[in-house]
Design a protein around this ligand. Structure first.
Ligand code: FE2
Length: 125
């Protein structure tokens, strides 16, 4: 699941190079919608594993997940209602996907790595 999330995040970043606003908006809306679903499923599984392994940081990790999902849904809403995507919008979108990869998946998840110890549970993760 992490791999799919990272690939989808990369697709979002790559799509920011599309110059035609309508094509960009359509493409990004699809990607962000997919990413939202993947993130939600990922969060469910990840928190279940952390809870099973009694991770003491679960509440904090859960808050980080909710915060990330909230920002993602703000981006999605903006894409649905806006007729144009400004340079600032692109910066925010880039920052979101960049930060999620660098700070959450790599840094925050790795901080709780020892609680993802059951290989059977993490195979589809
Ligand atoms: Fe996480």
């Amino acid at each position: 699941m992490h791999k799919l999330l990272l690939e989808t995040a990369q697709q979002a970043v790559d799509s920011l190079n599309i110059e035609d606003h309508e094509i960009l908006r359509t493409k990004l809306t699809e990607i962000v919608d997919t990413y939202d679903l993947l993130t939600y499923k990922h969060i469910e599984k990840e928190e279940c594993i952390l809870a099973t392994n009694k991770c003491p940081n679960l509440a904090t990790h859960h808050e980080m997940h909710l915060k990330g999902l909230k920002v993602l849904r703000k981006i999605f809403h903006k894409l649905l209602v806006s007729t144009t995507i400004t340079y600032e919008d692109k910066e925010k979108i880039y920052k979101y996907f960049h930060d999620w990869r660098c700070y959450h998946v790599i840094q925050d998840d790795m901080a709780d790595f020892e609680y993802f110890r059951d290989k059977n549970q993490t195979d589809n993760f």
